[in-house]
Design a protein around this ligand. Structure first.
Ligand code: OSB
Ligand code: MG
Length: 418
């Protein structure tokens, strides 16, 4: 009697289990047809309920000049994503104030995010931040705008999981090596003073911006004055193949590399130039996709790649570029775009990946801002490193009051039904 009752109970439970799994399955299949589901963690599905766009203006403590122009104040778009459980994540768009480094700039980033990109993510059930880039695949280009939104989702996901973003990305270095990028100055003396200061602070390598008229002679003087520093130059596409002789003359200054001497969208001419130089070429502007990296390596157009989150479209694409480079033993380092603390924190997380073997352009907040928008500000150790933070997500507190004080415009975009 007792046995029969137990059998009956077991049969009942089994029937109920089949019943439940049948409905769960059809429900999932039905939703899958209408809505691609992407899982943020192993067990949770996250619904992106709102996206806030915030444009801030931050004056630089010192102007920054490259071959394409001078920047005195940054206008950047910040992105805050919120899920239906109230968790949030922050990202930053690295587009410049004008379409000079690339075709993206603050206004196109704002418009692209508002009109196309945020609507592609809003209301979507997302299983993994690593698949957010794919949700936006129908938009061509606009990688900096995409990266702002995508990186915010990574911060949110890492915060939900309660782990630092750098660990979540698969980072292995607890401390990253830092260099500085020094812009074109009013005089050689001013440049020497800056180099002196940065070397004194412990930075592991110095990058100098060059352009026609501020190149060989300046580098010669700098090398004479600082014979032992790790030195490199960044031309931001200021030269052509016709300048090969001049570029070859830089070989004697023992530069670690020369960054992006030729056109912003070129790979082939860089390969032709590399054959004529002893100094390795580092590509920046030319590398937007994992395929660009593969092509450049295949053609021997460079010996090093500067990897920037915004330029490639976020963490998932950056991981793929890092992998292409690592598998070909091409060293990478993390570039900078004069980021506020939010973008800087994302750069720190990225630079902990295994392939980042050279000092990058990620440096202390105080070199850029009188007061950053995160707390604490990013600081550099006397040995020229930044220690990856322990706190969940980007690992720094976002100072909303400071952001509000420098906000030029703000807009909250919500999913149609939450
Ligand atoms: O080419 O790496 C570049 C800044 C703005 C645009 C392009 C570049 C740079 C830098 C500055 O070199 C790096 C930094 O200090 O953030
Ligand atoms: Mg560069």
């Amino acid at each position: 009697m007792c046995e029969a009752r137990e059998l009956y109970a077991r049969a009942f439970i089994l029937t109920m289990r089949i019943f439940i799994s049948y409905f769960a399955h059809t429900d999932k299949a039905a939703r899958g047809r209408h809505n691609k589901r992407i899982r943020m963690t192993e067990t949770e599905v996250v619904k992106i309920a709102a996206v806030e766009l915030i444009e801030i203006r931050l004056p630089l403590v010192h102007f920054f000049e490259t071959s394409f122009g001078r920047t005195t104040e940054r206008r950047m778009v910040l992105v805050r994503v919120m899920d239906s459980d109230g968790a949030q994540g922050w990202g930053e768009c690295t587009a410049g104030e004008g379409p000079f480094y690339s075709e993206e700039w603050t206004e196109t980033a704002w418009a692209s995010l508002k009109t196309f990109l945020a609507p592609m993510v809003l209301g979507r059930e997302v299983e993994r931040a690593g698949e957010v880039f794919e949700l936006m695949e129908h938009v061509r280009g606009h990688r900096m705008a995409k990266a702002a939104l995508e990186t915010a989702c990574w911060d949110l996901e890492a915060k939900r999981a309660g782990i630092p973003l750098w660990r979540h990305l698969g980072g292995v270095q607890t401390e990253i090596s830092c260099g500085v990028s020094i812009g074109i100055q009013e005089s050689a003396e001013e440049l020497f003073a800056q180099i002196e200061r940065e070397v004194e602070a412990g930075y592991q390598r110095i990058k100098l911006k060059i352009k026609p008229g501020w190149d060989a002679q300046v580098l010669e003087k700098v090398r004479a004055r600082f014979p032992n520093i790790r030195l490199m130059a960044d031309a931001n596409s200021a030269y052509s193949l016709a300048d090969a002789a001049l570029l070859r003359s830089l070989d004697e200054f023992d530069l670690m590399m020369i960054e992006q001497p030729l056109a912003h969208d070129d790979i082939l001419d860089h390969a032709l130039l590399q054959k004529q130089l002893r100094t390795p070429i580092c590509l920046d502007e030319s590398i937007r996709t994992p395929d660009d990296a593969r092509h450049a390596i295949e053609l021997k157009a460079c010996g090093v790649i500067n990897l920037k989150l915004g330029r490639v479209g976020g963490h998932a694409e950056a991981q793929r570029v890092e992998r292409v480079c690592r598998e070909s033993s091409v060293p990478v380092w993390c570039g900078g775009m004069l980021e506020s603390g939010i973008g800087r924190a994302h750069n720190i997380a990225l630079a902990t990946l295994k392939g980042f073997t050279l000092p990058g352009d990620v440096s202390a907040s105080s070199r850029y801002w009188s007061e950053d928008i995160i707390e604490p500000a990013v600081t550099v150790t006397p040995r020229g490193t930044i220690i990856a933070p322990d706190a969940p997500g980007i690992g720094f507190e976002v100072n909303r009051a400071r952001i509000d004080a420098v906000t030029a415009r703000q807009e909250l975009l919500k999913a149609a039904s939450v």
